[in-house]
Design a protein around this ligand. Structure first.
Ligand SMILES: N[C@@H](CCC(=O)N[C@@H](CS)C(=O)NCC(=O)O)C(=O)O
Length: 194
């Protein structure tokens, strides 16, 4: 089954998907477009919603980074078979995106207040669930790490520094087999120089 992930020469929305693919040992083509040349009309016009990432497998195309991450975790230990457990992880991931894209209630609040609202609750969940969202390593853990790493690149900070459970989860994921080697060898890119 030929798998291809297409995104930009960036960590961004594709990085947790890459981590999951490397950790679970799935071979894939890692296609990276140069943002400085974007938009490349023929590529953009070919995309379902004119945005990246997309994931292709056997002639089929999947868009939306969360759907892709969940799909590549399917049939691995990172996605439980129990529907309740699956829904718990979906809820965790959707909440991470609520953090990442603040809703009205938070738009006028200070960033630290917004961060603490979510991160103190993530801390509690992790503490009560063996250091993971849902009791054991799952695709949801990878998504949080991707979001935190991305925020850190943009803010030039370590936003997780006061949250020991989140810090520990990040270290754990970054040191997983497959992920560790990928991180060691990747280019130190993150924010495009435009
Ligand atoms: N909700 C979508 C958002 C996709 C998205 O915003 N992609 C951006 C890059 S992070 C993009 O393709 N930007 C280039 C463009 O719109 O032309 C997802 O999670 O996949």
């Amino acid at each position: 089954m030929a798998k291809k992930l297409t995104y930009f020469e960036l960590n961004g929305l594709a990085e947790p998907i890459r981590y999951i693919l490397y950790y679970t040992g799935q071979k894939f083509e890692d296609v990276r477009n140069d943002l400085r040349k974007w938009p490349i009309k023929e590529i953009k016009d070919s995309l379902p919603f004119r945005q990246l990432p997309i994931f292709e497998e056997d002639g089929r195309v999947l868009h939306q980074s969360i759907a892709i991450a969940r799909y590549v975790a399917a049939n691995t230990e990172l996605l439980p078979s129990d529907p309740w457990q699956q829904a718990v992880l979906d809820a965790a991931v959707l909440t991470m995106y609520d953090f990442d894209e603040p809703k009205e209630e938070f738009r006028n609040k200070l960033y630290d207040e917004h961060l603490d609202f979510y991160f103190s609750r993530f801390e509690k969940q992790l503490k009560e669930n063996n250091g993971h969202f849902g009791g054991k390593l799952s695709w949801a853990d990878f998504i949080l790490v991707g979001i935190v790493e991305c925020s850190n690149l943009f803010l030039e900070d370590n936003i997780e520094k006061n949250y020991p459970q989140i810090s520990a989860l990040m270290k754990k994921i970054q040191n997983l087999p497959g992920v560790k080697d990928y991180i060691r060898d990747r280019k130190p890119y993150g924010i495009p120089e435009i």
